[in-house]
Design a protein around this ligand. Structure first.
Ligand code: CDP
Length: 806
């Protein structure tokens, strides 16, 4: 300690800790093609599996003849439901308490459903063999429209549960009904509507879309007969949960199952559930004794694994004439497809849809959701969203605009009037949540000022007059939204997946020379965890983040966790990281006290070291302490310097944001040009502002895709019409608008570092913002609500209906 200590600033900068724009360490391998994805994993003798899929949306299977396929050289086996039945694996449990066919048993329920699994020595042979499997079908009447699911004469879809009138979430009203879920005070809400001065009612549909990550779902299963051990590499957002589910299903003891999620090329909710491809690969590996790989192609990904949304929300708001909301009533018809495979905590069949009161102080609210079956792919995953939050945000943000329009009020002003006020936090919502912190007025005002909102409205007015005079064929729309999110599932009292409570974990180990390995229960799919968890540890422990390795995704080494989805990594594992680091720091303080021969109370923390209070020249750096932990710990203390935390959050975190979008609509082509998009996000304490900005850019781009063109559409026979990127809109850099980002910081009061999640926020807030902008353009012509997606054809049709082409 004789040498001059570098300045506090220099030391803090060297750590590259929280708040700094540290470059993403994982990108060094990603940008050089050195990532290690499932399809990069190759094992000796590896076989390939591929599915025979149904061409029909609803049909009885009369027969399956696999003989010609089996005769093709290179084909090792063909599995059908008949092979899985004796193992009781022809159906598997879903995350939502339903069962799903692994291979179609007697009938198919959606187009491209898995019917048989061909295993061959080569991927191309497997594909050829598929064509040789002969399946005879008898077509049945197809049910596509969820509004017809519960008709008295609707086709019966799920024969396997037709007599089961009690589902996983209570009584079923019809053979195609899954559940009814209700929250809020119905009587008080009805009274509010009876007494309302103004009401609106609108069917607001959030159409069926798909997360469509660049890397499709895939796995490689390898069963070692000698050891009785199974290793599965897969694109798993929640590897530990997969291990537990596989153990429960296969009866292989959990310690003999090794689940490894290597690098993942995007998940967005698509990679949370368990798919038939995983089960079939595992069974095939056990049967053949060889490793079996299954890789989805794009058509399979879009048409068979996990759709998102498909919520049909009949929404009513009650308000006073001067623009105060007095009640909210929502009924949702939820199209779940053929099997209820929604990824929600067990208690919540409609996820966190009851955040639908949004950012507004509704005194009363009631919401009911009916889930129904149709002949479509199953799923209901949270596409960059916490369990139906994005549907809720879309619902309330469209409805608030419709009410503002009816009241003749400006949508921003109407929102400001009804915001939950800063002093009301922690705020108890009418539907039962406790919002942790927020300052909505400040955020909204900052955005209005930044874009020059008043001038924009004046410009819009002038353009509307010019349009009426026939001087322009362009309309201008201004979309305003304010969202409140609920992320970080979850307190274990509320949230579990198949009985496993939703906590998360971090384990930190400091080596003698002061470098660190930390392992977590979450799993990055591109979010940059290797960079940001290191920053939390660097700040907490005073070790430079470049000396910290972050590891996720190997269930043998990582502590048990529930995985990454719904922006829960920062709220839950981020908290666990800080807590584990603080345990280490407490031990480090005792070691430092011993080395400095003072009482631990006489020490204070100073960026990267403990120093003696009032005598700052006497100090021990964390690096010195680490060495001492392995070499000269205080008498009676165990050597070593490591800790683990399993963190059960006391509450979720409630990030929020105010977005504004300005667009110009050509009524003759239907084309919408996004002129400006300004997004202000508040995710509490910010760990890495650059990564946050990247998350916002990505989420807004997805939101743009959803609002402006994406749709998983079916014809009346249940043929999926948008199963490739030729028909399913993925914005490229050519279409993607320029994003402007901003922030305020309102820390979470219950999170150890005050951080809230952010990953999904831009998707949640972005979609209603685009939609409000498009709707806003047509408002002055008497239009109240235009359904998404807002592609050129549909917008042209709207203009046609409004008589603008006459
Ligand atoms: O669970 P997921 O990783 O998808 O979402 P998240 O917790 O919102 O984190 C997404 C990325 O943003 C991670 O790299 C976080 O570390 C980073 N982040 C941040 O820097 N500051 C925050 N307050 C929240 C997230």
């Amino acid at each position: 300690n004789d040498m001059a200590i570098p300045s506090a600033n220099e030391r803090a900068e060297k750590l590259q800790g929280m708040g700094c724009k540290r470059k993403r360490v994982e990108d060094i391998r990603f940008t050089q093609g050195r990532g290690n994805y499932v399809d990069d994993v190759k094992l000796p003798g590896m076989l390939f599996g591929d599915f025979v899929r149904s061409p029909f949306a609803h049909a009885r299977i009369k027969s399956i003849d696999t003989s010609r396929a089996k005769a093709l050289p290179g084909v090792v086996a063909v599995l059908t439901a008949a092979d899985l039945k004796p193992l009781n694996l022809h159906y598997m449990p879903t995350l939502a308490g339903d069962v799903q066919a692994v291979l179609a048993d007697e009938k198919v329920l959606f187009q491209n459903q898995e019917v048989a699994f061909v295993i061959a020595t080569d991927r191309y042979i497997a594909a050829d063999a598929i064509e040789l499997v002969q399946v005879e079908y008898d077509q049945l009447p197809v049910l596509v429209d969820p509004f017809k699911s519960m008709d008295p004469d609707a086709p019966l879809l799920r024969e396997d549960i037709k007599d089961k009138m009690d589902g996983a979430h209570g009584p079923r009203k019809h053979y195609n009904h899954i559940f009814t879920w209700e929250v809020g005070d119905q009587t008080a809400t009805d009274v509010a509507f009876e007494n309302a001065e103004v009401t609106i009612k609108e069917l607001i549909t959030y159409h069926r879309v798909h997360p469509s990550p660049l890397e499709t779902c895939q796995c490689l299963a390898s069963f070692d007969k000698i050891k009785g051990e199974l290793t599965v590499w897969g694109t798993f957002q929640a590897p530990h949960v997969v291990r537990t589910v596989v153990s429960l299903l296969s009866k292989i003891p959990e310690h003999k199952i090794h689940v490894i999620a290597p690098d993942i090329g995007g998940g967005f909710g698509n990679k949370v559930g368990v798919y038939p491809g995983y089960v079939c690969s595992i069974v095939a590996s056990i049967v053949t004794g060889l490793p079996v790989k299954w890789v989805e192609d794009r058509v399979e990904n879009l048409s068979s694994t996990s759709f998102a949304r498909d919520y049909h929300m009949t929404t009513e708001i009650a308000a006073t004439k001067d623009g105060r909301v007095t009640g909210l009533r929502v009924h949702v018809l939820a199209d779940h497809g053929a099997f209820d495979a929604c990824a929600d905590p067990m208690k919540w069949p409609a996820g966190f849809f009851n955040i639908v009161t949004g950012s507004y102080d509704f005194p009363v609210a009631h919401c009911a959701v009916d889930g129904v079956y149709t002949n479509k792919a199953s799923g209901g995953v949270a596409y960059r969203c916490s369990f139906r939050v994005t549907e809720a945000a879309y619902c309330i943000e469209r409805a608030m605009d419709i009410m503002a329009q009816k009241l003749g009020m400006d949508p921003a002003e109407f929102r400001m009037r009804n915001f939950i006020k800063r002093e009301q936090f922690p705020y108890h919502s009418a539907l039962g949540w406790e919002y942790d912190s927020g300052d909505y007025h400040t955020a909204m005002q900052k955005v209005l000022d930044a874009v020059g909102y008043k001038q924009l409205r004046e410009e819009q007015k002038a353009k509307q007059e010019a349009f009426r005079r026939g001087e322009t064929r362009e309309l201008m729309g201004i979309g305003v939204i304010h969202f409140t999110e609920i992320v970080g599932a979850g307190p274990s009292r509320n949230c579990d997946i198949l009985g496993i409570a939703m906590f998360d974990s971090a384990e930190i180990r400091i080596h003698p020379t002061g470098s660190i390995i930390a392992r977590l229960g979450t799993k990055s799919q591109g979010q940059g965890h290797e960079t940001t968890y290191g920053q939390i540890i660097a700040t907490e422990l005073g070790i430079p983040s470049e000396l910290i390795t972050i590891e996720e995704g190997n269930t043998d080494t990582a502590p048990y966790g529930l995985g990454t989805y719904g922006s829960r990594s920062t709220p839950v594992s981020g908290a666990a990281t800080a807590v584990a680091a603080r345990k280490i720091k407490a031990k480090a303080q005792m070691i430092a006290a011993h080395l400095l021969e003072v009482h631990d109370d006489d020490l204070e923390w100073d960026i990267d070291r403990f120093r003696v209070k009032g005598n700052p020249e006497r100090s021990k750096t964390m690096t010195e302490i680490a060495w001492a932990a392995y070499n000269s710990p205080p008498p009676g203390m165990e050597p070593g310097l490591e800790a683990v935390s399993y963190y059960d959050p006391p509450n979720m975190t409630y990030p929020f944001g105010a977005y504004i979008c300005v667009c110009d609509v050509d009524v003759d082509t239907g084309e919408v040009k996004i002129r400006r998009f300004y997004a202000l996000d508040d995710c509490g304490t910010r760990i890495n502002p650059m990564i946050i900005e990247g998350q916002i850019h990505g989420g807004l781009t997805e939101a743009f895709g959803i609002a402006m063109g994406q749709e998983i559409a079916y014809d009346e026979d249940g043929n999926v019409l948008t199963a490739s990127f030729q028909d399913y809109f993925i914005p490229t850099s050519v279409e993607t608008p320029h994003w402007e980002t901003d922030w305020t910081t309102t820390p979470s009061p219950h999170h150890p570092i005050g951080a809230k999640g952010v990953g999904e926020s831009p998707n949640v807030g972005g979609v209603p913002c685009f939609s409000n902008a498009v709707n806003d353009a047509f408002k002055f012509l008497g239009s109240t609500h235009i359904q998404m997606p807002h592609d050129a054809w549909r917008i042209w049709t709207v203009a046609e209906k409004l008589g603008l082409h006459a």
